[in-house]
Write a protein that binds this ligand. Structure first.
Ligand SMILES: Nc1ncnc2c1ncn2[C@@H]1O[C@H](COP(=O)(O)OP(=O)(O)OP(=O)(O)O)[C@@H](O)[C@H]1O
Ligand SMILES: O=C(O)[C@H](O)COP(=O)(O)O
Length: 400
């Protein structure tokens, strides 16, 4: 992959950067700015080289139309605060590639940064129709002279601002992408064993698919978070109103059988914290995982499971963790995530936390970044990398 240095002298040139600035935001307040901070070194490097830096990024899943709750405006503000000590001014364009973006690019000075509005406001970004994506990529490319791909968290997406635009401009991988790939390579090339993978979170259908491949690579898979309930249901248990992927039950049954045949242990929680409603103050109780009532939902793994998971993690030589064990944003359902995070800090070997929400979780729970071997900005992206899949956003950077 080409690096920024390979792009030559960037003074006065317009550099389009794809960053992953997908941070948790509620009521326009940013919960954890880890991904914004992770994007800074590349932006600073380019700005200091005298480039006109144009950043494209997404926030959440607005499904192809402008929705005010998904605006990147609060991110632009935070970016401005973080770059101010460097003397770098940040502007925000009110649209993706339209008149506002074009005018803002024309007005951009050398050494300044312009953040474009949420690229997923444009339905073409995520379109399965290549011609649609290409048309948006063409508009993005017209704003710049070169492209730097630095949004590691999205390199698993074949999307216009990640994949197609790289084919339209001279391109390079940014420092964040290179650094992430470096660490993840260590996990795929002969990891020290036992190698334990912990999976949780809410993007169940996205992440179920990776299990199949991880069975071939890891020694143990610990399953928590929203993913648990599809497994419990597949084993014939009641899961009440919990997160569930009904259409994946047969697939999950298949995973359980394959794992058994390969001697890989899939460890499921034995107790669950349940509540009648998805609310911070909903009364929480602990029940056995095979005895959930039909009228409540599972919001965390239980204390017994937390301890068991922690023991598995602490005994590993290589651990990769993606996805919180429960709804850690609410105190009553943060216990499982806390137990696993604590155990990860005690690993005598390489511990990697992957994912926007997982990274936010460990920080929110008071753990320092350097308590872990590496905190990856990619959730789905790092998982797919570990599976050994070709990531479109990386593969395209290897093309000329
Ligand atoms: N039992 C559960 N029911 C519902 N939601 C849950 C449950 N357990 C965890 N979650 C939620 O999962 C979310 C995080 O899931 P996600 O899969 O997005 O994690 P991530 O991989 O760290 O992030 P990303 O893939 O976005 O980088 C959290 O907001 C948490 O509240
Ligand atoms: O949060 C993430 O993992 C990345 O920003 C990608 O987001 P997506 O899963 O909505 O594509």
């Amino acid at each position: 992959m080409k690096t920024i240095e390979d792009l030559g002298d960037l003074a006065g040139r317009r550099v389009l950067v794809r960053s992953d600035l997908n941070v948790p935001i509620k009521d326009a307040v940013i919960g954890d700015d880890g991904r914004i901070r992770a994007s800074l070194p590349t932006l600073i490097k380019l700005a200091k080289a005298g480039a006109k830096v144009i950043v494209t990024a997404h926030l959440g899943r607005p499904k192809g139309e402008p929705k005010p709750e998904f605006t990147l405006a609060p991110v632009a503000e935070r970016l401005g605060e973080l770059l101010q000590p460097e003397g770098i001014t940040v502007h925000f364009a009110g649209d993706v590639t339209g008149e506002a973006a074009q005018t803002a690019v024309q007005d951009l000075d050398e050494g300044e940064v312009l953040l474009l509005e949420n690229v997923r406001y444009d339905a073409r970004e995520e379109s399965k129709d290549e011609a649609q994506r290409e048309a948006l990529a063409e508009e993005l490319a017209a704003l710049a002279d070169v492209f730097v791909s630095d949004g590691f968290g999205v390199v698993h997406r074949k999307q216009a601002s990640v994949y197609d635009v790289a084919r339209k401009l001279p391109h390079a991988a940014g420092g964040l992408v290179l650094a992430e790939v470096d660490v993840l390579k260590k996990l795929t090339e002969d990891p020290a064993r036992p190698y334990v993978v912990v999976l949780g979170g809410a993007k169940v259908s996205d992440k179920l698919a990776v299990i199949d491949n991880l069975i071939a690579k890891a020694d143990k898979l610990l399953i928590g978070g929203g993913m648990v309930f599809t497994f419990l249901k597949a084993q014939g248990h009641e899961v009440g109103k919990s997160l569930l992927e009904d259409d994946q039950l047969d697939t999950v049954k298949g995973y359980l059988e394959t794992a058994k045949a390969k001697g890989v242990e899939i460890v499921l929680p034995t107790d669950i914290v349940i509540a009648p409603e998805f609310k911070a103050d909903s009364p929480a109780t602990v029940v056995a995982a095979d005895a959930m009532p039909a009228d409540q939902l599972g919001l965390d793994i239980g204390p017994e499971s937390g301890k068991a998971f922690a023991a598995e993690v602490a005994g590993a030589k290589t651990v990769f963790w993606n996805g919180p064990m429960g709804v850690f944003e609410m105190e009553a359902f943060a216990g499982g995530t806390k137990a696993v995070a604590q155990a990860l800090t005690e690993v005598d070997g390489l511990s990697v936390v992957g994912g926007g929400d997982s990274a936010a979780a460990v920080r929110q729970l008071g753990f320092a970044d350097d308590a872990f071997g590496h905190i990856s900005t990619g959730g789905g992206a790092s998982l797919e990398y570990l599976e050994g899949k070709e990531l479109p956003g990386l593969a395209v950077l290897e093309e000329d």
